[in-house]
Ligand binder design. Sequence first.
Ligand SMILES: CC(C)(COP(=O)(O)OP(=O)(O)OC[C@H]1O[C@@H](n2cnc3c(N)ncnc32)[C@H](O)[C@@H]1OP(=O)(O)O)[C@@H](O)C(=O)NCCC(=O)NCCS
Length: 130
Amino acid sequence: MEKLAIKLCMTKDIGVHGNLFGGNMLAWLDEAAATWACSVCKNPNMVTVKIDEMVFQRPVKNGHQVNIYGEVKGIGTSSITMYIEARNVNFYTGEEKTVCSTFFTFVRIDDSGSAIPIDETIRKQYKHLV
Ligand SMILES: CC(C)(COP(=O)(O)OP(=O)(O)OC[C@H]1O[C@@H](n2cnc3c(N)ncnc32)[C@H](O)[C@@H]1OP(=O)(O)O)[C@@H](O)C(=O)NCCC(=O)NCCS
């Protein structure tokens, strides 16, 4: 898997139970995954069409480092699907524990917002995953 982003959980990110607010985690993952989808597809016009089920397996607390990883799992004509995983990092040991993971699907759109094909060279590159 490729490392996409490193985040630090700060006071502003905490919800009412003292843990990282789930919506903030989703925003982190969506931003990291969408940026990576644009990079992989060599095009800035990629929108999120689907986020799969997300299970929050362990809490993230104030001051925790979170690493976000991704792997391309499939490509269609205009869509690309990626597995995205967030891991809590122990600053002292570097040990990482999975916090949550899911699959994101992005679609390439044109100026009017309609789906258009991802470049063929890129589709060919990931054809084995289809
Ligand atoms: C993304 C969007 C343009 C797709 O429109 P659409 O009418 O479904 O387009 P199509 O039917 O041509 O499908 C386009 C691709 O999306 C995929 N797709 C559509 N709905 C999907 C779903 N629920 N789950 C997974 N893939 C889906 C299709 O399988 C297709 O992939 P392919 O070309 O690789 O085979 C439209 O749904 C949209 O604008 N959604 C809002 C996006 C958005 O605002 N996101 C949040 C902010 S980034």
